[in-house]
Write a protein that binds this ligand. Structure first.
Ligand code: SF4
Length: 399
């Protein structure tokens, strides 16, 4: 296929595809899916080999959010039966982080619900970062606390944070349908603040919210312009009790097309499969490893992932290897420019990397744009399991 050959050549040269080429990837048929995966896989292997970076989420503060992001189980008015608790103490967070490290995670992502941290919250998170760094040698820490105010990124950096996650989530054009209490531009500004403070920027998207193919391409091109070191790709987990509970638009094949498009547009960036991996890719998860070079281990913020052991087995069975702590994630040309961390990043927004840092206000259930790909009818509540273990519970984390 000429399209795929062109995209491989561009990806190997780190050249930006055209919007039309990115849209054409999303428009490929299921019959072509293995060709698409094989092509984007060449680009993935050029920059990241067969390595898979493992990241581990610790939800520092769960639920109780005054904001109203329509995809989020922690939003104001959500009736999803999630765990709700306020800030974990530094030792509790460190203990949770240690479970991920024991499972092979090289990055811990510290996430808190809310529009953004107060200065007191930053002090609290700084203590947590210092504790985790003391107790887990060599671990990378990414913070995901929402919209930042002046000076907060610098304080987190001084405390030892390596990265900051704040997702764009969806296109600028559809942003107001998803969240009304802050703007797309607010999000861009926080990513810039993190970058200016020397933090490795992580910013990604959520697919499956009823957006069009054009919207998906728009947000990925916006991300490319922002130039984060890592891009988490969330697939909407339609939680019962949220306005998007009925939005089931994704097939496993379309998730692969989306990941391939992201890889072609951001060829040398850490692309992480985030929340919704198990729910939407299902038995095609191993194919997605040919596109993304990073996943979350174990559970997500408020939902359960597959067992950490199953993640590790999947990586080994598919012929990939877990990236070690002594390996720099990003290719040399990016690592040199990325400051101390030289690696991808984390994510909030959604579930697995991110969702947070959004805003409030009650959005009426959005009128969905024509979905990129129509699909399954009816809610698949059998696929979504609210998290009942790990941080904030007496049960051991699943990693
Ligand atoms: S994404 Fe973050 S800010 Fe938005 S409702 Fe959820 S927890 Fe609150």
């Amino acid at each position: 296929m000429d399209l795929l050959n062109t995209l491989v050549d561009k990806g190997l040269r780190r050249e930006l595809p055209s919007r039309e080429e990115a849209l054409a990837v999303l428009a490929t048929s299921d019959d072509e899916i293995l060709d698409v995966v094989a092509a984007a896989g060449k680009v993935r292997r050029q920059w990241f080999g067969r390595r898979v970076k493992l990241n581990y989420l610790v939800n520092l503060k769960s639920g109780l959010c005054p904001e109203d992001c329509s995809y989020c189980s922690q939003r104001l008015g959500s009736t999803a039966g999630i765990l709700k608790y306020t800030w974990l103490k530094p030792d509790e967070a460190s203990k949770a982080a240690a479970a991920g490290v024991a499972g092979g995670a090289k990055r811990v992502c510290l996430v808190a619900s809310g529009r953004g941290p107060t200065d007191r919250d930053v002090t609290r998170v700084s203590e947590t970062i210092e504790t985790i760094k003391e107790q887990n040698e060599g671990i990378e820490v990414c913070a995901c606390l929402g919209l930042l105010s002046d000076g907060q990124a610098e304080r987190l950096r001084t405390a030892g944070a390596d990265a900051y996650n704040h997702n764009l989530n969806t296109s600028e054009g559809t942003y107001g349908k998803i969240t009304t209490t802050h703007t797309f531009e607010d999000r861009v500004e926080t990513v810039h603040q993190a970058q200016a403070a020397g933090l490795s920027a992580c910013s990604g998207l959520i697919a499956g919210m009823g957006e069009s193919a054009e919207d998906l391409v728009d947000v990925v091109f916006s991300l490319r312009e922002l130039d984060p070191d890592s891009v988490p790709v969330n697939f909407l987990i339609p939680f019962e009790g949220t306005p998007l509970a009925k939005e089931w638009h994704l097939t496993p094949q379309h998730c692969l097309r989306i990941l391939a498009m992201v890889r072609f547009v951001c060829p040398d960036v850490e692309v992480r499969i985030a929340g919704g991996r198990e729910v939407h890719l299902r038995s095609l998860q191993p194919l997605a490893l040919h596109l993304a070079n990073s996943i979350f281990l174990g559970d997500y913020l408020t939902s359960e992932g597959q067992a950490g052991k199953a993640d590790l087995d999947m990586i080994a069975d598919a012929g990939f290897e877990v990236e070690g702590a002594d390996t720099t994630t990003l290719p040399e040309h990016r690592a040199d420019a990325a400051g101390s961390c030289g690696t991808g990043s984390c994510g909030s927004g959604g579930e697995g990397g991110g969702v947070c840092g959004s805003a409030p206000a009650v959005s009426a259930p959005q009128e969905a744009a024509e979905p990129a790909v129509a699909v399954e009818s009816g809610a698949r509540t059998d696929l979504v399991t609210v998290r009942r273990r790990g941080a904030g519970t007496d049960l051991a984390p699943n990693a």
